[in-house]
Design a protein around this ligand. Structure first.
Ligand SMILES: *Cc1c(COP(=O)(O)O)cnc(C)c1O
Length: 450
């Protein structure tokens, strides 16, 4: 059960079926364009959607809004130093600001950043610096439990090749968001550390879900069974030279991010840029009260009871969807459950967007919002004007906001998914009628076929 009880509540909207169908059509059949006031259960993202604890709300009132040297910064800095062991701590307003500043300070034209899989905003910052992002996810059976690992053999081959001298950093995203939120093992981080040492390259962590990664290490790696998640997290931070994080995830708050590292020299360059784009180094684009809520959130997020509940709730929800006849991608991580829409809706070819079709059917049926991670997001417009070039997979993500929904809400979602599944052969595909050149999924206008 949830290891907390509820003190403050927020009513849920229950639009009628007619209202839902109308809202979806008015939004161009794109769930990003549907107003939250027309959503009953919102599983679009786990980013910035956490519920804060009573202690976090209380901490807000002690926020020190001094421009320079605020007490709230000192508390934030102490908590981050204690958690990571890194000396230099720089707050930013969210993860992508950290990426733009840190990667901008480390990368230049022609450089290469190597990763297990760069998250899309990370890749954008690498490319903005004129560098290239090279992904080497390990292609092993997910049965290992560490489907987020980097392929160390491939990284070594690159480092030993003529291009090796252009590699400026190795980035491990924990958990690997682009690989379904699968964790990275301690052995893999240690292996990357050894490789980086041999080649004189810094190792960085994109630590947005560091606590979830640490917890999954304690349940999937027998050598770390029973170890406190906070200790596992510290072990990972110690193996790397620095990190950044979107604190909209494991910061358990609604906004925030950080850069933390050992190198005073790199930190000084980051602070110069920070002042230009975010603010003074003791607030970095955040209010003092945000720093208080984040400091408290970073203390709470490694609570083993919370992490166990989070992981087990995701697994349980995955099993409820599977029992409803929905093909769930195994193993389930912590922050989301992924569904294979291509397997579920074989009558809809990739260019007719099966993942979008399932997501839209689920909204029409139950007012549930999930996100498509298929051809609408990762596919490309065909330069010859033919059908879209498909994504590698047609996934639908049921993201789980932290501490927001109870198992009853998730049961409601599974029941809606079961009703959609019972009539799945009649779900129509979609065609894109208007789209932007980049990140088209946020704004595209779609039309159902048939
Ligand atoms: C969310 C996220 C980011 C970007 O952070 P924002 O706070 O959304 O700017 C970067 N990396 C990973 C792995 C993320 O999940």
């Amino acid at each position: 059960m949830e290891p907390f009880r509820i003190k403050t509540i927020e009513p849920i909207p229950f639009p009628s079926r007619e209202e839902r169908v109308r809202a979806l059509a008015a939004a161009g059949h794109n769930l990003f364009r549907v107003p939250a006031s027309a959503i009953s259960v919102d599983l679009l993202t786990d980013s910035g959607t956490s519920a804060m604890s009573a202690q976090q709300w209380a901490a807000l009132l002690s926020g020190d809004e001094s421009y320079a040297g605020a007490r709230s910064f000192e508390r934030f800095e102490t908590v981050v130093r204690d958690l990571t062991g890194y000396r230099e701590v720089i707050p930013v307003h969210q993860g992508r600001a950290a990426e733009r500043i840190l990667l901008g300070a480390m990368l230049g034209a022609g450089d290469i950043s190597v990763g297990n899989t760069h998250f899309d905003t990370t890749r954008a910052s690498v490319e903005a610096a004129g560098a290239t992002a090279a992904d080497f996810p390990e292609s092993q059976s997910p049965a290992s439990g560490f489907g987020g690992n980097i392929d160390l053999d491939k990284v070594e081959r690159l480092l030993c090749s003529a291009d090796g001298a252009r590699v400026r950093c190795v980035v491990l995203t924990i958990t690997n968001n682009a690989a379904g939120g699968q964790p990275v093992s301690i052995d893999n981080v240690a292996g990357a550390r050894a490789l980086c040492d041999r080649h004189g390259v810094p190792l960085l962590l994109d630590a947005s879900r560091f606590a979830e990664n640490a917890y999954l290490v304690t349940v999937r790696d027998p050598e770390h069974a029973g170890v406190a998640p906070r200790r596992v997290a510290r072990e990972m931070f110690t193996l790397a030279d620095g990190c950044w994080a979107s604190l909209k995830k494991d910061g358990l708050a609604n906004i925030g991010g950080l850069i933390a590292l050992n190198s005073q020299e790199v930190a000084a360059r980051c602070r110069d840029q920070l002042i230009a784009v975010e603010g003074f180094p003791t607030y970095g684009g955040l209010a003092g009260r945000d720093l208080e809520a984040l400091a408290q959130g970073l203390d709470e997020v490694t609570d083993p009871a919370y992490l166990r509940y989070r992981s087990e709730a995701a697994q349980w929800f995955g099993s409820r969807l599977a029992a409803a006849g929905v093909p769930v991608v195994e193993p389930v991580g912590c922050h989301a459950v992924y569904v294979d829409a291509a397997a579920h809706l074989p009558h809809i070819p990739p260019h007719e967007l099966p993942a979008t079709a399932f997501a839209n059917a689920l909204y029409s049926e139950g007012g549930v919002r999930v996100s498509e991670l298929g051809t609408l997001v990762f596919g490309r417009r065909n330069p010859d004007g033919g059908p879209d070039l498909p994504a590698p997979r047609e996934l639908v993500r049921f993201a789980l906001p932290r501490r927001v929904y109870t198992s009853n809400h998730l049961e409601y979602v599974a029941e809606a998914a079961a009703r959609v599944t019972a009539a799945k052969d009649r779900i129509p595909g979609y065609r894109v009628v208007e789209q932007a050149d980049t990140l088209r999924h946020f704004t595209a206008v779609l039309k159902p076929l048939g």
